[in-house]
Design a binder for this molecule. Structure first.
Ligand code: F6P
Length: 368
């Protein structure tokens, strides 16, 4: 699609929700209309809106007063990947997955959508990239509390989640001290431990357990015992949901069969809490923060970032730079090819400056 031919854009939010989505919706819509006289079509519930033909025009009044609103006014879904979509179940109750990309692309075409702005994380970008082959131009806007999208230093939503997790650990600390307990706080983060790492660093956790570094149960227990013997009678452990013991497996909370990525994690903190108690006889409690990290008002940082990302998405569209992901690199707005981020995850590098700083101040990552 040539840059002059673009008249109408589609806008959708995909994957798990995240604080700041509405701020992007507002920025994209206002910048598109104000600066370039483009029409904006909102697609409901991620790609589900294209599969089921559920869209609405977006105007100023639709995006007014939503800058600080959590969630997404468009709705979202983390089950609707057009190339791998659950269309029903077979006689044995097994989900049937089909490729409905042509149908989704046809709906976009029917509504005159020239370019689709997809606000989402790795799952959404992986679902969006194949749509290019079906004739739909895409601009990706990086969203996720997990901060694990490749080629962007930061995603909006992360700062808000980090603040929530940090405040939670701060609050846990006082009750931990009162009761001389081992307290585990479990954050989201399936494969990347950014939230646990940064919240643990910000709140002075004693141990930080992340998916990138398998923990040794003996080391974790020794650290707790050591603290109980030397003055500080309590221990704080920040642990990502995807953390796992050496040679062990992640703890699965549920299986969402109709989702292309069916495994949902959760509960590793409870398992580890029991193991520590059994081995050390120290009393412990686990707190799973879960979706509280995804809800509510975005921080000022995330609102500003979301506004910049939304504006930059429109700049890319009008300059004809399509099928790219908006990114922030070294403090500068830029973009990268969408196919470079699909099916990839930005893990915490083991020599990351935050990891090294934590080690220097005595934090244990649970490894030998
Ligand atoms: O990707 C964002 C995320 O919040 C993960 O950290 C978490 O594992 C997952 O989504 C939870 O998904 P759901 O909302 O389906 O429980």
């Amino acid at each position: 699609m040539g840059k002059t031919a673009i008249k109408r854009i589609g806008l959708m939010t995909g994957g798990g929700d995240c604080p700041g989505l509405n701020a992007v919706i507002r920025a994209v819509t206002k910048a598109a209309i104000n600066e370039h006289n483009l029409e904006v079509i909102g697609v409901h519930d991620g790609f589900l809106g294209l599969i089921e033909d559920h869209v609405m025009p977006l105007d100023f009044s639709d995006v007014s007063n939503i800058l600080d609103l959590g969630g997404t006014i468009l709705g979202t879904s983390n089950k609707a990947n057009p190339s791998n979509y659950c269309t029903g179940r077979d006689d044995n109750g097994k989900p049937i997955f089909q490729d409905v990309s042509d149908k989704a692309a046809a709906v976009a075409k029917h509504h005159g959508i020239d370019v689709l702005v997809c606000i989402g994380g790795d799952g959404t970008m992986s679902a969006a990239a194949p749509m290019i082959e079906h004739g739909l131009d895409i601009i990706g806007v990086p969203k996720t509390i997990d901060n694990d999208l490749m080629h962007t230093d930061v995603t909006f939503g992360f700062d808000t989640a980090l603040g929530i997790a940090t405040e939670a650990i701060d609050r846990i600390r006082t009750t931990a001290a009162s009761h001389s307990r081992v307290m585990l706080v479990e954050t989201m983060g399936r494969t990347a431990g950014w939230i646990a790492l940064c919240a643990g660093a910000a709140s002075g956790a004693d141990l930080i357990l992340i998916p990138e570094i398998e923990y040794d149960l003996d080391v974790v227990c020794e650290r707790c015992l050591d603290r109980s013997k030397h003055g500080k009678a309590y221990t704080i452990i920040a642990i990502a949901e995807g953390a796992k013991p050496k040679g062990g497996a992640v703890v699965v909370d549920r299986v969402v069969h109709e989702s292309p990525e069916p495994i949902r994690l959760g509960g590793v903190s409870e398992v580890l809490c029991d193991q520590i108690a059994e081995r050390t006889h120290l009393e412990g409690r686990a707190t799973i923060l879960g979706h509280v990290q995804r809800g509510g008002t975005p921080t000022a940082h995330d609102r500003v970032l979301a506004t910049q990302f939304g504006y930059h998405a429109i700049e890319l569209i009008v300059s004809g730079q399509l099928n790219r992901l908006v990114a922030m690199q070294k403090g500068q707005l830029t973009s990268v090819p969408l196919c470079d981020v699909a099916d990839r995850v930005k893990l915490v590098p083991l020599d990351h400056a935050i990891v090294r700083a934590c080690r220097a101040v005595g934090v244990s990552f649970g490894e030998k």
